[in-house]
Design a protein around this ligand. Structure first.
Ligand code: SF4
Length: 55
């Protein structure tokens, strides 16, 4: 797979419905001054070093 395709939208951990990265468990975040537990947000064209190609 070329580097051009190593994007969140092609990653096994990307949850398109909520634009979330499911690589790790949800974690506490400060969102609009409220503490919540959430998965990190991810965009289809984002990327990171944890990429794993969908099968
Ligand atoms: S490329 Fe990284 S940030 Fe994007 S969905 Fe995969 S693990 Fe998450």
């Amino acid at each position: 797979m070329s580097d051009m395709n190593r994007l969140c939208k092609n990653c096994t951990y990307f949850e398109a419905k909520g634009s979330e990265c499911r690589r790790y468990a949800p974690r506490p975040v400060l969102l609009e001054e409220q503490k919540k537990i959430r998965w990190p947000s991810a965009t289809p064209i984002g990327w990171c070093g944890e990429f794993s190609a969908k099968e």
